[in-house]
Design a protein around this ligand. Structure first.
Ligand SMILES: Cc1cc2nc3c(=O)[nH]c(=O)nc-3n(C[C@H](O)[C@H](O)[C@H](O)COP(=O)(O)O)c2cc1C
Length: 195
């Protein structure tokens, strides 16, 4: 994740490719209940930070770095689209009862689309970062950009050129990456070894 950007512009073709890749993400029932709010005009990006930041005029170093990203994308999920899709004849959940859902697939699918956007940025040699919308700023973001009630931003992706060369920002410098043998269970929970 990159949290400090230079002021170099992002090629719109990269943004278009990221969005084209995003809609190739898997989606439950091919519901495709996602949408993407794309901010690439400086005044729009500024309005996003104005809606979410507490002190735009005296930003802390995190905010100052993040605000430099020329592109901001909010992947959104639409639960209603999934409930309607799974009430269709081939699925048949006509009661649209949410307890039928093993997981909130609407958020999962939007998150998978988000990862494709992040990967496309990396492929293009750019930096990106995924963050959330603070709950107490959700209404302000909706208001600022006209996001309808039946869509929820699952997060925010900043995209731009990394400031300060290639040095990784790197949480692994301060927190260890958990080892695979602690996370992978083979055949039975608690067994890490193969065979
Ligand atoms: C759901 C989610 C929420 C995140 N929220 C934030 C955030 O609010 N601020 C931030 O700086 N990074 C956020 N991140 C980025 C993570 O901190 C990052 O993926 C992780 O620390 C590893 O990257 P790093 O080495 O650059 O820190 C978020 C990532 C995810 C997947």
């Amino acid at each position: 994740m990159v949290r400090d950007y230079s002021d170099e512009a992002v090629d719109p073709a990269v943004v278009d490719r990221a969005l084209a890749n995003a809609v190739r993400a898997p989606s439950a029932g091919f519901s495709q209940g996602w949408a993407f709010l794309v901010l690439e005009q400086p005044e729009d990006v500024r309005r996003f930070w104005a809606a979410t930041a507490d002190d735009l005029d005296e930003p802390d170093s995190w905010l100052a770095g993040m605000m430099g990203a020329p592109v901001v994308i909010l992947p959104c999920s639409s639960k209603a689209t999934y409930l309607r899709r799974y009430a269709e004849d081939d699925k048949g959940w006509t009661d649209q009862d949410e307890s039928r859902w093993p997981m909130p697939f609407w958020h999962m699918d939007a998150a998978m689309a988000a990862l494709l956007i992040l990967q496309t940025a990396t492929d293009a040699g750019l930096g990106s970062c995924f963050i959330g919308v603070p709950p107490d700023k959700d209404a302000a973001v909706r208001e600022a950009f006209g996001i309808p009630d039946d869509h929820d931003p699952v997060g925010v992706i900043t995209i731009g050129h990394r400031a300060g060369g290639e040095a990784p920002s790197g949480s692994p410098r301060t927190r260890t990456r958990r080892p695979l043998d602690e996370l992978v269970h083979r055949g039975h929970w608690g067994q890490a070894a193969r065979g």
